[in-house]
Design a protein. Structure first.
Length: 273
């Protein structure tokens, strides 16, 4: 009854504003229905019919259609597991990406898991996950990109950690999301698309409301420096109980592009033999 009530409440009004609000973690702009879907309390078809009742034009791209697209993505990833069983056996959809030389660095992985990377939006998201078992969707993309594209750590390590923590953990959706972020999956982000964690924070949590909620140690940092608190601490010559960045994004981006390009070329050479 609680799940149905939550579904009805979301479809009545918030679904219409979902496109404008869904990317900002400091506000309640998403449905928060994923745990109910993950354990079968709600079905995607129930969600569709309630959405149609409140927004009759949804199938024609009208109000509520953006949220419907997210339900369709969820179903799409389930269909993929049926069509390509290898995806649930730790294999990538794009074969050449299995040639990537990942970093084997437990310290970097632990810093990411514990929310101690020195990048506030990444750390706030990971602490939200560790504390609540849930993470905002935009932030799932940001932290996944950071693990794979900034730290060059195998996406499967992130996939496993998410499933160990998420109350809405779903094999198909989790695998699909991680392979999308890692550029190893179907319809994946191109491998040269790499999120800048600092600019992502500036764009979607401009004044740091979400960051301050989960990183109280940054409570005194001015808005101007909330995404780069170490710069403020250095400028003011103040101690800061928060780590410096564990990686330099520009350099990491160059290294990651080189690693992906090398993996792609190795596949081309194998095909030429």
């Amino acid at each position: 009854r609680a799940a149905i009530a939550k579904l009805r409440e979301f479809c009545q009004h918030p679904a219409a504003h979902y496109p404008e609000q869904r990317d900002f973690p400091a506000i309640e702009g998403t449905s928060r229905l994923s745990p109910y879907l993950a354990i079968g309390v709600l079905s995607p078809r129930q969600c569709l019919h309630r959405l149609l009742k409140e927004h009759p034009q949804v199938l024609d791209g009208g109000s509520g259609s953006v949220w419907l697209n997210e339900l369709i993505w969820r179903e799409f990833y389930r269909h993929l597991l049926v069509a390509y069983p290898k995806l649930c056996r730790h294999q990538p959809f794009i074969l050449w990406t299995d040639n990537l030389c990942w970093q084997q660095d437990e310290m970097l992985l632990d810093a990411w898991q514990q929310g101690k990377t020195g990048f506030p939006i990444v750390d706030a998201a990971m602490r939200q996950l560790n504390t609540t078992g849930w993470m905002h969707n935009r932030l799932r993309m940001v932290v996944a990109s950071f693990l794979v594209k900034d730290l060059l750590i195998d996406w499967r390590a992130g996939e496993r950690y998410f499933m160990s923590q998420l109350i809405d953990g779903d094999l198909a959706a989790n695998n699909g999301g991680w392979q999308w972020a890692a550029s190893t999956g179907t319809d994946a982000a191109p491998y040269f698309r790499i999120f800048n964690p600092t600019t992502q924070g500036e764009r979607f949590d401009a004044k740091g409301a979400f960051i301050r909620q989960w990183l109280p140690e940054l409570g005194d940092v001015p808005d101007k420096y909330i995404h780069t608190p170490w710069l403020w601490a250095d400028k003011e010559q103040l101690p800061l109980d928060y780590p410096r960045p564990i990686v330099e994004h520009k350099q990491a981006r160059i290294a990651t592009l080189a690693a992906y390009e090398a993996a792609r070329k190795s596949e081309e050479k194998e095909n030429e033999k």
